[in-house]
Design a binder for this molecule. Structure first.
Ligand SMILES: Nc1ncnc2c1ncn2[C@@H]1O[C@H](COP(=O)(O)OP(=O)(O)OP(=O)(O)O)[C@@H](O)[C@H]1O
Ligand SMILES: [Mg+2]
Length: 289
C-alpha cells in the first residue's frame, strides 16, 4: 500500500510517531522501548542512529525492516508500508550479533542465504563472487567461518545484506568488536555504497566512527530523538575560530595574540594540535604492514 499523504518522494524512510511497547512479564506492565519517535531519512544518504545501550536503536531498525510491528505509529520505506513484500525486497539487513553457521565457509554461507533471494543459480553464484570481492574476502572464501576474525565476520554479514542488491541497508552496529582498521574498511564499504546511490542507516554508540561516515545523525535517548541533524550543524561551534599554523616563533605568537586582543577578540586557547588516538593507531599499524 502506498501512503501518498505525508510521503515525499525524496525520503527513503519516514517514521511517524512510532511507539513500541514490549511486555515485561506476565502482568500488564509494558516497557516503552520507543516513544512517538519521528525519523526521516533521505534517499542516498548515510544516516547514523546514535544512542546509549537500550535507547531503542535496534528496535527502530527492526521496525523499519518490518520484523516487528509498531504498537502505534507508522513506518514507510520508499513509500510502501514497512513489512510489506514491496518494502522488504528493497532492504538489506545486518543484524546485531549476526549468527552464521560456523562450519560453513564464507562462500557457502553467501550461497545458502542467496537461495532465499530470488536468483537463478548461475546468477547467484556470480553475485556471490562479486560480493566476496567487494568485501575483500575472496582469498578466505573457502575457509570455515569459525576461523574468521570479528572484522571478517562483519564483512561476510555485510555481503549477506547485499545479496538482493537492496536500495536501503540497515546495519545494526556494523563495527561492533572490530578494530579501527577493520572499522575503516567497513566505513569505506559504506561510502562505496553511498557512491552507488544506496541509502544506509546504521546504528552505533562509537561517536568517532559515526562522525566519519554519516551525512546526518539522530541521537536517541529512551526511545525518542533528542537531537537530529547534519554533523556540521551539530558539531561546529560557530562563534569560535580555529587556526592551525606551523613555524610560528614565540615572539610572533605573542604579537599575534596582542593584535587579536586589539581587534576585540578573546584568545580562549593556544595549544598544539593532538592527533586522535585512532589516527595514531591506524598510522602505526599501517606503517608496519
Ligand atoms: N524482545 C524484547 N523484549 C522486551 N524488551 C526488549 C526486547 N527488545 C528490546 N527490549 C528493551 O527495549 C529497549 C530498547 O532496546 P534496543 O535493543 O532497541 O536498544 P539499543 O539501542 O539497540 O541497545 P544496544 O546499544 O544495547 O544494542 C531496552 O530497554 C531493551 O531492554
Ligand atoms: Mg541494539
Amino acid at each position: 500500500m502506498i501512503f501518498k499523504k505525508n510521503w515525499k518522494k525524496d525520503w527513503a524512510v519516514c517514521a511517524n510517531e512510532l511507539s513500541k511497547l514490549y511486555p515485561v512479564d506476565w502482568t500488564q506492565k509494558r516497557l516503552h522501548a520507543l516513544d512517538r519517535l519521528d525519523l526521516y531519512v533521505r534517499r542516498g544518504e548515510v544516516f547514523g542512529l546514535l544512542g546509549p545501550n537500550g535507547s531503542g536503536k535496534s528496535t527502530t531498525l527492526k521496525l523499519i525492516l518490518g520484523l516487528l510491528n509498531p504498537s502505534s505509529g507508522s513506518v514507510q520505506v520508499f513509500g510502501a508500508e514497512a513489512g510489506t513484500l514491496e518494502a522488504r525486497r528493497r532492504i538489506g539487513f545486518l543484524p546485531e550479533n549476526a549468527y552464521f553457521p560456523a562450519f560453513l565457509s564464507g562462500r557457502e554461507v553467501l550461497r545458502y542465504y542467496g537461495r532465499l533471494v530470488d536468483l537463478a543459480q548461475r546468477k547467484l553464484w556470480k553475485r556471490v563472487e562479486e560480493l566476496l570481492e567487494l568485501v575483500e574476502l575472496t582469498a578466505a572464501a573457502a575457509r570455515p567461518l569459525k576461523t574468521y576474525s570479528k572484522g571478517m565476520l562483519q564483512r561476510i554479514g555485510l555481503a549477506q545484506a547485499l545479496l538482493n542488491d537492496p536500495d536501503l541497508l540497515l546495519l545494526d552496529e556494523p563495527t561492533a568488536g572490530v578494530d579501527p582498521i577493520g572499522a575503516r574498511q567497513i566505513r569505506d564499504l559504506i561510502l562505496g555504497l553511498r557512491a552507488r546511490g544506496k541509502t544506509v542507516i546504521f546504528s552505533s554508540h562509537l561517536l568517532e566512527q559515526v562522525q566519519e561516515v554519516a551525512d546526518r545523525v539522530a541521537i536517541l535517548h529512551r526511545g525518542t530523538v533528542i537531537q537530529e541533524g547534519t554533523l556540521e550543524d551539530l558539531l561546529s561551534v560557530r562563534e569560535q575560530t580555529q587556526f592551525t599554523v606551523s613555524g610560528l616563533a614565540p615572539v610572533a605568537r605573542e604579537r599575534l595574540e596582542e593584535w587579536l586582543r586589539g581587534e576585540g577578540a578573546e584568545v580562549l586557547e593556544v595549544t598544539h594540535p593532538r592527533e586522535r588516538l585512532e589516527e595514531l593507531f591506524i598510522k602505526a599499524v599501517e606503517k608496519r604492514r
